[in-house]
Design a protein. Structure first.
Length: 209
């Protein structure tokens, strides 16, 4: 009995638990900045448009990197999100009649990108986890008059009803990666925090009128 209790106390938390725990502060910061932008009624459509464009620039950079490592490239085959952002950008551009300038050079110069596979898994965690928050964001935004159905909200709809299944699939694959690469946890968590920090830097720059 005592041995079991002791074993429980010393059991190491798994990668999913560690990621959630060790990126909690970073998630709170990005959630706060995104909430200010998205949930202040009425929604500032130009700020939303700017947010989409910055997301697009960032996702393009990171998805390209994820495509350069074997295991993350395999994951990306069914997890690419650029087309979702493109369809929202097109919709909002038609609404505002104002294209937003591309900000690719700014993002690539200022941001840290993953240069090894373990870091890349941390970046992937942030993109996959964001689909969970996406459902909550969608619920709040779809009542705004700018949007109809899913138009303009494709990115936050993400995997739709498949989101929990995709999340479980991601976590399982992450566990396999860690099992095959002992000692990679620290780099994965570092990668996740780097990506949160990149996104925070980008989103802080979005002006809300
Ligand atoms: C207004 C903005 C946001 C809200 C309200 C929000 C909300 C949430 C919620 C409620 C969850 C837990 C979902 C569940 O367990 O079913 C979650 C998880 C998560 N979110 Fe967000 N989120 C926001 C923005 C973001 C952004 C911008 C990112 C990153 C780009 C992000 C990354 C994550 C990650 C990685 C998780 C998974 C945490 C875990 O390991 O369980 N979130 N979010």
């Amino acid at each position: 009995m005592t041995d079991n209790v002791t074993a429980c106390r010393v059991a190491k938390p798994d990668i999913a638990t560690r990621l959630r725990r060790e990126t909690r502060d970073a998630h709170c910061r990005i959630e706060a900045v995104m909430s200010d932008l998205l949930f202040t009624a009425p929604l500032d459509l130009q700020a939303y448009q700017h947010m989409l464009q910055l997301h697009r620039s960032y996702y393009e950079l990171v998805e390209t990197r994820l495509g350069q490592f074997q295991s993350t490239a395999a994951m990306m085959q069914e997890r690419a999100k650029l087309s979702w952002l493109d369809s929202d950008i097109d919709y909002v551009e038609r609404k505002t009649q104002q294209p937003v300038a591309h900000s690719g050079s700014y993002t690539s110069a200022a941001l840290a990108l993953p240069d090894n596979e373990a870091l890349a898994w941390g970046f992937l965690y942030v993109f996959e986890g964001a689909t969970l928050g996406g459902a909550h964001i969608l619920d709040k935004l779809r009542h705004q008059p700018h949007f109809k159905g899913r138009s303009g909200l494709r990115f936050f709809h993400s995997y739709g009803p498949n989101t929990p299944m995709m999340w479980r699939g991601f976590q399982l694959s992450l566990q396999h990666f860690v099992a095959a690469n002992p000692g990679s946890e620290k780099q994965i968590i570092h990668g996740a925090n780097l990506s949160f920090s990149n996104m925070y830097t980008l989103m802080k720059g979005v002006q809300v009128d």
